[in-house]
Design a protein around this ligand. Structure first.
Ligand code: URA
Length: 441
């Protein structure tokens, strides 16, 4: 077999066999397929697509390129969750303690920030002392003892994805449905949970810009999971505006704790409930109404917040910051961002808000950059809100005043203020399961 012929086959739109996909993926991992041939092949996949069968085989080959975690030493049903990424997307910090407080085991591996989007592991590390690299024995023991652990993804999981993603990031081959589906599902299958809830974000801050694209991606991922014996569902959620008001690591932890204390912003709270309910449904804990009541009770009686504190404490975190936010390290400087005209915020490019937050130090511009946990943005006005000229739309936080100008320029370049109020977008557009698509709007 020659890689040259396989690139030509995909360029001509031919479907690959399992042997061919093994040759490509394993060859790339062991170095016999060089980066330039892999890039050419992935571009051909972007342009010609893949059949469902081909995508499922590619996912399986990628999952088996590293460790396949066996979660059987953990008793009970293990439910995982994955978001395709967003800005201010802090739902994992809220829903995993809610679901664990309802008795479902959470043994979750999460990622770091990517591009303009944040990552759960970075957010967790903003709580001083928190360890996100536990060995397998400690990880399993913690889940068996308190029902929950969220850690960073092991470097040995879906090794092919790690290498392929790094190449896709620099060869304009990220926004390709079969490659995204196989990337996400290879990691989720390798991570070993019985059931998986996918949060497929859609809008100007997400990889999928339209609801139809998001549904197509969700259907592919649900089919791959189902084919591999996992119980999978997906919610299509809105990312045309950031979730909640805070963007940045410790800022997002504070806002998540507010939701767990029952006083979080309405949009974030509702999306978290819907995600938590669907995780409880996947675990078979009852009807939708029963699962909603369980999730709301876990917040109202404080058991979800208690579970969250137990998790951070077990991983070495200083949980006093979760009670008293003033104990978080704070940014040295802040700047108010003022509206330049009066009217409604008609739209605000979410990717640009995320990029502004990265420029303030909340994310990485290069792989080796250190994150400033206190940096970020608090939004006072979001899409649909009325604002007077000179009123503050947002507060920026950074450790260096010199960062404010470029971040403000980025933030304002995506802001549109008009005399008319925009149509309100739904928070959750649809649910995709193996039984089909339910649209909620
Ligand atoms: N998240 C992933 O893990 N992979 C992708 O390809 C896109 C988003």
């Amino acid at each position: 077999m020659r890689m040259y012929d396989l690139i030509t086959a995909k360029k001509n739109g031919r479907e690959h066999t399992r042997e061919e996909l093994e040759f490509i993926v394993n060859g790339f991992v062991n170095g016999s397929v060089p980066d330039y041939q892999m890039s050419a092949w992935m571009m051909a996949v972007c342009l010609k697509g893949m059949t469902d069968q081909e995508t499922a085989i590619l996912t399986d080959v990628m999952a088996h390129s590293g460790d396949m975690v066996d979660l059987s030493p953990i008793q009970g049903i293990k439910v995982d969750k994955h978001s395709t990424g967003g800005v201010g997307d802090k739902t994992t910090l809220v829903i995993t303690p809610i679901v664990a407080a309802c008795g479902v085991k959470i043994a979750k591996m999460s990622g770091r920030g990517l591009g303009h989007t944040g990552g759960t592991v970075d957010k967790m590390e903003s709580v001083p002392g928190t360890r996100t690299a536990l060995d397998q024995e400690e990880f399993f023991a913690q889940v068996n003892k308190i029902g929950i652990s969220v850690i960073g993804q092991s470097g040995h999981l879906a090794v092919a994805d790690k290498k392929m993603y790094a190449l896709r990031d620099v060869t304009a081959t990220v926004d390709c449905i079969p490659l995204i589906a196989s990337s996400i599902m290879s990691k989720k299958l390798a991570a070993g949970s019985d059931a998986i809830l996918l949060d497929v974000t859609c809008g100007n801050g997400a990889f999928m810009k339209t609801v139809d694209q998001a549904i197509e991606l969700a259907q592919k991922m649900v089919a791959i999971g189902t084919h591999n014996g996992r119980n999978v569902a997906a919610l299509i959620t809105d990312m045309d505006t950031p979730l909640g008001h805070n963007i940045g690591n410790s800022l997002e932890v504070m806002e998540s704790m507010e939701v767990l204390k029952g006083r979080g912003p309405a949009d974030l709270t509702e999306v978290c409930y819907q995600l938590a309910v669907n995780m409880l449904l996947l675990a078979g804990l009852g009807t939708e109404e029963e699962c909603r009541a369980m999730a709301e009770k876990a917040v109202a009686d404080g058991s979800a917040f208690e579970k969250c504190k137990q998790m951070f404490a077990a991983q070495g975190g200083d949980i006093s910051v979760l009670e008293d936010y003033s104990r978080f390290a704070s940014a040295r400087y802040s700047r108010e961002i003022l509206a330049e005209e009066t009217g409604y915020i008609y739209s605000h490019d979410t990717e640009k808000i995320g990029s502004a937050s990265v420029l303030l130090g909340a994310g990485r511009l290069t792989k080796t950059d250190e994150i400033d946990f206190a940096a970020g943005i608090t939004l006072h006005k979001k899409t649909g809100d009325y604002v007077e000229k000179g009123q503050s739309i947002a507060t920026f936080y950074a450790d260096d005043e010199a960062l404010f100008d470029s971040a403000e320029k980025m933030f304002k370049s995506g802001l549109v203020i008009k005399g008319e109020k925009p149509v309100e977008a739904p928070l959750v557009y649809a649910r995709v399961t193996k039984n089909g698509v339910e649209r909620f709007y």
